[in-house]
Design a protein around this ligand. Structure first.
Ligand SMILES: Cc1ncc(COP(=O)(O)O)c(C=O)c1O
Ligand SMILES: [Zn+2]
Length: 438
């Protein structure tokens, strides 16, 4: 059998043959120590053009030929990555009625993902499969919660021990699921940056493989299939991509997909990237605003603040030290995109509106991304005729407290006199109110 793929160091161009070599070298380029490698496939490009034309798929493993696994028998899967992309007319109508813009607005229903209900399932599936293929029995990961859950679950399915480090402000109702699976959770007294530090120390101490974060090929290669899916389901890449950003895996993965598209007839350009952060932890937005106001002076992309121990309502997104900002901000600039901050306090309002209009319960991080759509409209960052894609990353499966906050109709009763006829239309005004003067 011919070789399926190899890696190319993005810093010095050195070729790394396979995962064995990569893992043996501590997931660094043996030549320059770089951590950013690109996975290059030997499968002919026409195959990809065919794959994005298939009517129905069962999981991201439909794209097996463009994923870094050698043998199908090592696939650890749970139907991840086959999330439908839905057109949300109520957002289109809002844009039309308030701003006179005709848009097509799609969202990615990652809440349907069978394993843990977030877009992190893809990375979990690929990581578990590759580790299985290489006979690895132990793994370390630091995460704010959703990656932690996805990795813990898929690794458990593969019989691999996961030691997970989460910052202390992670949502308790999120990380308890990891313990329930019999995977190890360390709740770190400190922020996400400190959780990452302790995870790295632990991995070093015991010589265990660790998930190296947002540039890890195991995450990037899995998440790039979102772009494959955009093309398969929408027929082309959208004009605009909106997402709540934390570390930045998803946008970097999108860029990787565009690299994979090169040399095919797939309509696969990078969309205009619009990244959203919650106002209580928005170092990237602050950096971007400053650079923009100064006219992007030389080296602007390396100038960003670090927020230590961020206190936020959406801890899932709380990357206070955005080390990949230089790469992400350049993507925003090159695509003519924007960074926006939204009020975290409005996450509940956003979730109510979505649930009212389309009967979908979204999680807090997804609410941040969707608020970004309203912010983008207000700031004239969307144009007439465009197709807008909003990557909503999660549902509410583990966000019980958030759902309680979102819920607004409960009434305690003692007798039938306390009840009245119910007409849900009456709530329409209530759920739209926060957005009337957005
Ligand atoms: C639901 C959700 N949305 C958005 C993000 C941000 O993802 P990233 O910045 O890594 O693409 C995360 C992960 O932290 C998440 O769990
Ligand atoms: Zn190198």
């Amino acid at each position: 059998m011919g070789k399926k793929f190899h890696f190319e160091c993005q810093q010095c161009g050195h070729i790394i043959d396979n995962f064995d070599e990569w893992f043996e070298n501590n997931q660094q380029c043996p030549s320059c120590g770089g951590k950013h490698i690109k996975t290059v496939y030997h499968t002919p490009k026409e195959k990809l053009a065919d794959l994005v034309k298939t009517e129905q798929i069962e999981s991201m493993w439909h794209y097996f030929d463009y994923l870094p696994l050698n043998k199908c028998e090592n696939i650890v899967s749970d139907g991840e990555g086959a999330s439908p992309m839905r057109r949300w007319k109520f957002l289109e109508n809002y844009a039309r009625d308030k701003y006179g813009l005709i848009l097509k607005v799609y969202v990615n229903r990652n809440d349907y993902s069978p394993a843990t209900g977030t877009f992190k399932d893809k990375g979990g599936s690929l990581a578990a499969s590759v580790l299985k293929e290489h006979g690895i029995k132990e793994y370390v990961v630091a995460s704010t919660g959703n990656t932690a859950n996805a990795f813990a679950q898929y690794l458990a399915k593969a019989g691999i021990s996961a030691s997970v480090f989460v910052p202390q402000d992670s949502l308790r109702e999120n990380f308890v699921h990891i313990g329930a699976l019999g995977q190890k959770v360390y709740v770190v007294k400190g922020d996400y940056a400190y959780a990452k530090q302790l995870a790295a120390e632990y991995a070093k101490k015991h010589n265990i493989l660790i998930s190296i974060g947002n540039l890890d090929p195991l995450r990037l290669e899995a998440k790039k299939t979102t772009a494959f899916e955009m093309v398969r389901q929408l027929g082309k890449m959208p004009d605009v991509y909106i997402q709540a950003i934390s570390g930045g895996t998803s946008p970097l993965a999108l860029k990787k997909a565009v690299d994979d598209f090169a040399g095919t007839d797939i309509l696969g350009q990078l969309p205009r990237m619009i990244f959203i952060q919650g106002d209580k932890c928005d170092p990237q937005v602050q950096a971007w605003k400053k650079a923009k106001a100064a006219g992007f002076p030389e080296g602007w992309e390396n100038d960003y603040p670090v927020i230590e121990n961020p206190v936020t309502l959406v801890p899932t997104l709380a990357t206070g030290n955005p080390v990949l900002y230089p790469l992400l901000a350049k993507m925003v600039k090159e695509t003519g995109g924007e960074y926006f901050s939204v009020k975290e306090e409005m996450a509940v309002d956003m979730a109510r509106l979505v649930a009212y209009e389309v009967a979908v319960k979204i999680g807090p991080a997804s609410a941040v991304g969707l608020l970004g759509f309203f912010e983008a409209l207000k700031n004239k960052a969307l144009r007439d005729g465009e197709t807008v894609f909003i990557n909503i990353g999660e549902g509410v499966r583990r966000a019980v407290t958030f759902v309680e906050e979102v819920s607004y109709t409960t009434k305690q009763i003692t007798s039938i006199e306390d009840t009245e006829r119910f007409d849900r239309k009456r709530y329409r005004k209530f759920v739209w109110k926060p957005f009337e003067n957005y």
